[in-house]
Design a protein around this ligand. Structure first.
Ligand code: NAD
Length: 423
């Protein structure tokens, strides 16, 4: 089998569409064999299910659900369930591949999966949403399980939906199985830190990065794009830790105060007004202006493709902490690298969410519930160790942290496959 690929054709190899260009060059660098390439390009299992649900008006509608388990060489597969009208099996598969990488980057013993139902949850009543969730679980119940595949919340799914998944699964199996799903309420075996473990995990990594570039917390200014679960928690925790937050934004616009925003007050304002704009004493700024604001650290925590060929060369931050998924395009990545901006890639920066899920799963399996501090300590150790691995490789190879992270993950997955005798 040839070990020298001059060029890897993305379409022929069916590479994950979300990171094709990085994968092409990494696969060439690593001189993967055809067999290795195939293992990394083909999901192990793709389940598509169709199921009827009787809606409140008495009509019956067929729904479509998917679950893709991309790779489970390192452990049971793990990944969210999203409810979205535009969900496609190809996109689910790409996201399942990224979950395989994310779990491997932070070295937790999970493979990667993703799933969901093609539905607009905003068009369903609460009761209908519950019926759809429970029907979907009945269809996929044989494919999931604490040692097979463990779902979690994702776009438009939350802890209430995780409870329906848990309850339906336990009814089907006639036993308690709390480790079948993560992101549960604390009362049913969840962890207190779950809704902010993504943000906190990212901040642990950020603080390591700051040590490397010699930044001190007292003199940095941070801008955060997005004020939802991830962005708001990031801004809150950073503020609590004594950082100056220069600007924040949501979909309706941003605000800035040069001397720093009082984040607890901004949270109260957002709760009462439904937007951050209009916060007393702050100037308004657009989302585009926030990205190029005069900050030292930029935290994109909203949408994908925000930092791109149009604005990358105007970014003033020295560190970009990608809490959102895929907030920077490949073009932006190259431009930022050329200007020595440290980009902490999503696959590492926001892996605190799945690391938190791992800690929930361990406790559920052992029926041994830890003190909050112990959970935080373990989360911190997972994230710092992952940062060290990625930073060391990116320094050795003088490459981006994203490529270093992908390389580490790919090597770990292939090692597991090799040990199993699959290569
Ligand atoms: P969310 O829906 O709670 O919040 C999204 C925020 O982005 C909202 O404040 C919204 O107003 C804002 N927003 C939307 N359009 C915007 C725009 N054009 N400019 C600025 N802000 C805009 O979502 P979330 O859970 O906070 O997730 C944010 C990102 O983090 C997504 O990319 C998600 O995939 C990623 N992520 C989330 C988690 C998690 O644990 N929630 C884990 C990993 C990755």
């Amino acid at each position: 089998m040839s070990k020298n690929h001059e060029r890897i054709h993305a379409d022929e190899k069916n590479l994950c569409h979300l990171c094709v260009s990085e994968l092409e060059s990494i696969y060439i660098d690593l001189q993967l064999t055809e067999a290795e390439l195939e293992i990394l390009s083909m999901p192990r299992h793709i389940f598509t299910v169709h199921f009827p649900v009787t809606l409140s008006n008495g009509s019956t509608k067929m729904f479509v659900g998917h679950r893709v388990q991309f790779n489970d060489a390192r452990g049971p597969s793990k990944g969210g369930i999203r409810f979205h009208p535009a969900l496609t099996v190809d996109h689910v598969s790409d996201l399942a591949f990224l979950m395989s990488l994310k779990c491997a980057v932070v070295d937790i013993p999970f493979g990667g999966a993703k799933g969901g139902v093609v539905v607009n949850p905003k068009e369903l009543s609460r009761g209908e949403l519950e019926l759809v969730t429970r029907a979907y679980v009945r269809e996929i119940a044989d494919f999931i399980g604490p040692f097979k595949d463990i779902p979690a919340p994702d776009v438009y799914t939350d802890e209430r939906i995780m409870v329906w998944i848990l309850d339906e699964y336990e009814h089907l199996k006639s036993e308690h199985v709390p480790a079948v799903v993560t992101g549960k309420p604390v009362e049913l075996g969840g962890i207190k830190a779950r809704n902010y473990s993504t943000s906190l995990g990212g901040i642990y990594v950020l603080e390591e990065a700051m040590k490397k570039v010699g930044m001190d917390r007292s003199d940095v200014r941070i801008s955060v794009q997005g004020f939802g679960n991830v962005g708001e928690n990031a801004a809150r925790i950073l503020h609590e830790r004594g950082y100056k937050i220069l600007a924040v934004s949501d979909s309706r616009g941003g605000i800035t105060i040069p001397n720093g925003l009082n984040i607890p007050d901004v949270i109260k304002h957002k709760k009462s007004e439904g937007r951050v704009e209009g916060f007393p004493g702050a100037e308004s700024l657009s989302n585009e202006d926030l990205l190029v604001s005069d900050c030292d650290i930029l935290v994109p925590a909203a949408l994908s493709d925000q930092i791109n060929g149009n604005n990358a060369d105007k970014i003033k931050a020295k560190i970009v902490l990608e809490l959102a998924n895929a907030p920077s395009t490949t073009e932006a990545d190259i431009s930022l690298f050329d200007r020595s901006v440290m980009v902490i890639p999503d696959v590492l920066a926001n892996a605190g969410g799945v690391a938190g899920s791992y800690l929930e799963w361990i406790q559920n399996l052992n029926s041994d519930y830890w003190e909050h501090e112990r959970v935080l300590d373990r989360l911190k150790r997972i994230m710092i160790s992952a940062f060290d691995d990625v930073y060391t490789l990116c320094q050795e190879e003088k490459t981006t942290m994203r490529k270093a992270a992908y390389k580490i993950a790919i090597k770990r997955i292939l090692t597991a496959e090799r040990l199993r005798g699959n290569l």
